[in-house]
Design a protein around this ligand. Structure first.
Ligand code: E4P
Length: 188
């Protein structure tokens, strides 16, 4: 069971790392903007700092492009920053294609914005290293986020996919507890 921290705030990452139980970091464009990090070079430098703090843990860096060619180009650049970068790509048709291409190049990916079992399965078939189902955002619309985690964990075990289930959009300790019981590989 891995614990990631979902933030781009360096102090929060340092504090979590100081406990000795931090396995990685997830970020997204909103979290970057919240820290006032804007522009290509500033974002790239920020990822490098995060990787230095986290050491050997995985750091998810999200692409800004939404088209296939843009996501692949950006994914290659992000992956080149540090060996611990995992390229975070949205679960869209272009995103699935981009995950497949990057996987063929041995670039690790985190398929984000997953809201259904079928999306998770497509991401796994494309070769994603992680899938990120959005637990809290499903709960927000009267769906059952934890039930989705359970379904994906069962499905990946049944069909022997190595893709790890990274429970995202976590809002409170009960989510963490229930993700552990459901067999999620990671909670962020
Ligand atoms: C995960 O990688 C995402 O960054 C995050 O968990 C998004 O969730 P939220 O926008 O609902 O907080």
């Amino acid at each position: 069971m891995k614990f990631f921290i979902d933030t781009a705030n360096l102090k929060e990452i340092e504090e979590a790392a100081s406990y000795g139980i931090l396995d990685g970091v997830t970020t997204n464009p909103s979290l970057m903007a919240k820290e006032g990090i804007k522009g290509r070079d500033a974002i790239r430098n920020h990822y490098k700092h995060i990787c230095e703090i986290v050491g050997k843990g995985d750091v998810s860096a999200e692409v800004l492009a939404t088209d296939y060619n843009g996501m692949v180009a950006e994914g290659r650049e992000l992956a080149a920053l540090n060996g611990n970068i995992v390229v975070k790509i949205p679960c869209t048709p272009d995103g699935i294609r981009a995950i497949h291409t990057l996987t063929e190049e041995n670039i690790r990916t985190n398929c984000t914005l997953v809201f259904s079992l079928t999306q998770a399965l497509l991401a796994a078939k494309a070769g994603a290293t992680y899938v990120s189902p959005f637990v809290g955002r499903l709960d927000d619309i009267s769906e059952d986020g934890i039930a989705l985690i359970e379904d994906i964990v069962d499905c990946f075990a049944r069909y022997c996919y190595a893709t790890e289930v990274l429970a995202a959009s976590i809002r409170h300790p009960q989510h963490v507890y229930r993700c552990i019981k459901a067999g999620a590989d990671v909670v962020t």
